[in-house]
Design a protein around this ligand. Structure first.
Ligand code: SAM
Length: 281
């Protein structure tokens, strides 16, 4: 009898302590949520968060069928990896660590060692590509400046203004030794003049706007940028970004040069090896 009461008291004390620890977080989150759903909606990063919350609670997004064939990861990654991986921590908008391994592995093989990225964001992938290209390799990376918001050729996909509206494009490579190998370019990928880089890139990474019209247009630009044996990679072939899925499915069906588009196992990366495409075109 006494023992039961003792245990009950201990449980009560434990619950009180747990409540005391949790309460400040609860109240902070509650106050923040009131701000988020009122004045906060005027900030694009908050609108993105609201979109994520809606999805967490079951908001149904239009589903696109992921019809591309899947390429086993073992066909890309060597059994013994020898990669330089920098800035491993992932921010929302970055690629996963596995995707970074795939991209850097392909950067090592890029011939010529020139890469073109559409969509810089914080520059984590740019930095890692630069660190893995053969000596004297260069990366060109194009980003929409925050001042370009509201003035784009096509409408951006819902929620992605947050990736545009950032303090500094390419912040992760700005102070590094690799910055000298990286050229930052600014503009809207739908109207940017890619002609100086045409046919010159051994690796192209398409990761700009996820809206259907943009992915379609950026894919045309990527094919023009490609050197003879180039590899083109697209990011975010996944249900969060139906525009990407639809555009790449259509590209694979409609363009004979893109018949061999494949998604890479365990990732949302889609790859085209230009040597295959030219052989099968
Ligand atoms: C998802 S982030 C890119 C992430 C980055 N590639 C990485 O791996 O960490 C998308 C980027 O595309 C840029 N972007 C969006 N629309 C664009 C456009 N129309 N033209 C050029 N860049 C665009 C955004 O500013 C943002 O930096």
């Amino acid at each position: 009898m006494f023992r039961t009461v003792g245990l009950g008291n201990r449980s009560l004390l434990f619950m009180l302590a747990a409540t005391r620890r949790f309460l400040p977080k609860y109240l902070y989150a509650l106050a923040s949520s009131i701000f988020l759903f009122t004045a906060g909606v005027f900030y694009s990063r908050h609108r993105f968060l609201i979109f994520q919350i809606a999805k967490h609670f079951g908001l149904k997004m239009p589903q696109e069928k992921e019809s591309l064939a899947v390429l086993p990861l073992s066909e890309i990654l060597s059994p013994k990896l020898d990669l330089t991986l920098l800035e491993p921590l992932v921010e929302g908008g970055n690629v996963s660590i596995l995707e970074l391994m795939v991209i850097t592995q392909l950067a090592q093989r890029a011939d010529p060692p020139i890469a073109f990225e559409i969509g810089t964001f914080d520059g984590r992938t740019t930095l890692n590509i630069a660190a893995n290209l053969k000596a004297d390799g260069n990366v060109y990376t194009l980003d929409l400046p925050r001042t370009g918001l509201g003035e784009t050729q096509f409408e951006l996909a819902p929620g992605e203004e947050a990736f545009v509206d950032k303090k500094e494009s390419g912040a992760r490579f700005a102070e590094t030794n690799y910055a000298r190998r990286i050229t930052q370019l600014f503009g809207d990928s739908a109207t940017f003049d890619f002609s100086p880089y045409q046919g010159k890139a051994g690796l192209i990474f398409v990761d700009g706007s996820h809206a259907f019209d943009y992915v379609r247009q950026d894919s045309v630009s990527a094919l023009r940028l490609a050197a003879e044996n180039a590899v083109i990679l697209w990011h975010d072939y996944q249900q969060d970004w139906p525009g990407v899925i639809r555009a790449l499915n259509e590209l694979q069906q409609s363009n004979p040069a893109c018949r061999s588009l494949t998604r890479i196992e365990g990732t949302s990366l889609v790859m085209l090896k230009c040597e295959d495409s030219r052989r099968s075109a």
